[in-house]
Design a protein around this ligand. Structure first.
Ligand code: CA
Length: 223
């Protein structure tokens, strides 16, 4: 899961980004609306955490601009403000959820996971494909009920495939959601990770679709 955190309070941004990274998420940070605007236009994220009070305008106004341009990713608003009118403006601008400062990091994490899951059409926190179950709330994977231990990168890769199932996911898309922007993985790194996942989960779990990418097997027919 790759998140853009838009927050001008450096200490708060670093603290929250650190905690989310520890939970296995990829996090990029933008300190103002303009940088966030550039990033959401040029990179792919699973969700945005957006502070309302930014140095170059209100977060709601930036969000309204993204929605007007068809950028439809889930947005969680962070606001220090208790006033209902601020939250209302956020929702009118296209926010999906909000958290009021001060907040528990765990709450942000749970809400993000729920937003991303729902954005992919999954209402339940446990997404099942064949005999593989991804618990998006606990961040755990089981096969036939038995826990499988994965590295953070393996988890992000599998999570992307499972959220997208039965769609085929390209190597580029996987790479964007598994690695930080400043790490430029070799094209075969994804293949190596997939091989590791197959060793841990079973050889038949992830299907290679020649020239297109990978998809989960047992995820039903493509829509
Ligand atoms: Ca602020």
């Amino acid at each position: 899961m790759k998140i853009l955190l838009v927050e001008d309070d450096t200490a708060l941004a670093q603290g929250l980004a650190g905690a989310l990274r520890e939970a296995g998420l990829l996090v990029e940070v933008a300190g103002d609306g303009r940088s966030a605007d550039f990033l959401v236009s040029t990179e792919r994220y699973d969700a945005v955490v957006l502070d309302l009070g930014l140095p170059d305008g209100n977060g709601s106004q930036w969000l309204a601009g993204w929605r007007a341009r068809g950028i439809d990713l889930p947005v969680l608003i962070l606001t220090a403000r208790e006033r209902w009118s601020d939250k209302a403006a956020g929702f009118s601008a296209g926010a999906d959820d909000y958290v009021t400062k001060p907040f528990e990091t765990a709450e942000i994490l749970f809400r993000l996971r729920a937003l991303v899951r729902r954005a992919h059409g999954h209402a339940h926190p446990v997404i099942t494909v064949g005999d593989i179950a991804l618990d998006t709330h606990a961040g755990q994977v089981t096969r036939s009920g038995m826990p499988v231990s994965l590295t953070a990168q393996e988890f992000r890769l599998l999570s992307r495939l499972i959220h997208a199932a039965p769609r085929i996911v390209s190597r580029t898309e996987l790479s964007e959601h598994v690695y930080d922007g400043d790490q430029e993985p070799d094209s075969n790194v994804i293949d190596v990770q997939v091989s590791r996942l197959r060793r841990k989960l079973g050889a038949d779990v992830i299907e290679t679709v020649r020239g297109q990418g990978y998809r989960m097997r047992g995820g039903g027919e493509p829509a």
